[in-house]
Design a protein around this ligand. Structure first.
Ligand code: SF4
Length: 61
């Protein structure tokens, strides 16, 4: 399972606080996901972050 953040991100920071193993904020103030597959241990929190994004900016790849 991989995730990426699209251009709809408004930089609320929710994903980075929900699942910091996968999501972080960049210098531009928007979120980025790690490249590559999400570790099994982080799958649940990553899905929670994805579902919690207020603008549906997190997509599965
Ligand atoms: S939860 Fe969505 S809008 Fe908020 S920082 Fe993450 S990707 Fe961006």
């Amino acid at each position: 399972m991989k995730y990426f953040v699209n251009e709809s991100c408004i930089g609320c920071g929710l994903c980075a606080s929900t699942c910091p193993e996968v999501f972080s904020m960049n210098d531009a103030g928007t979120a980025v996901a790690i490249e590559g597959d999400v570790d099994d241990a982080s799958l649940e929190s990553a899905a929670e972050a994805c579902n919690g994004c207020p603008v549906a900016a997190i997509e599965q790849a």
